[in-house]
Design a protein around this ligand. Sequence first.
Ligand SMILES: [Fe+2]
Length: 198
Amino acid sequence: MAGLYAERLAWRLMVESGDPVVYRVDAAPVPDTADQLPFAVTTIQPGSVGDELFMTRGHRHREPSGEVYVGLGGHGLMVLYDGDETRVVEISPGTVAYTPPGWAHRSVNTGTEPFRFLAVHPGGVGQDHASIAAGGCGARVLRAGDGCRVVPARTGRSSGKRASTAEAGAPGEVHRSPAEARREAGESRRRRRPAGSS
Ligand SMILES: [Fe+2]
């Protein structure tokens, strides 16, 4: 995680004062081959480095492929970035969200309890972390009072870059324009299944 947070000094001080676990990934023992569907549960702890909320490293699949996320506990955001456009999707328990092929993705805990989600993707697609470390994921999610705000991240590709910027809100809430909400509705569907359904 070194170098991923904007506030490098705050990161170093946090590591030197105990190096807490920011997140963990519990992967199912499923072979990472094209005929399989590897899945994992990620748990991001609540907290921040300076004002920047705890997050995953983020990655892009080496072989373009989609990925399904299901919120299990807590509240967070998924930040999606295609190198030009940034999208932000809220995830709470029961939320089903989708990452389109080719988009970088990173998750952020915006709440006060552990943020847990299930992720499922085709096997054999690989993960490219280096491009996220070098170019960012389009936006940073910062603490703002009891909520958060999303700000565009510098990527060195400022010309022509489009970013959906959320304003401060309650944990797990992101305020967006009607156009942004309609666009996201096509990629994130929320469902609460009755107990016992599959
Ligand atoms: Fe992924």
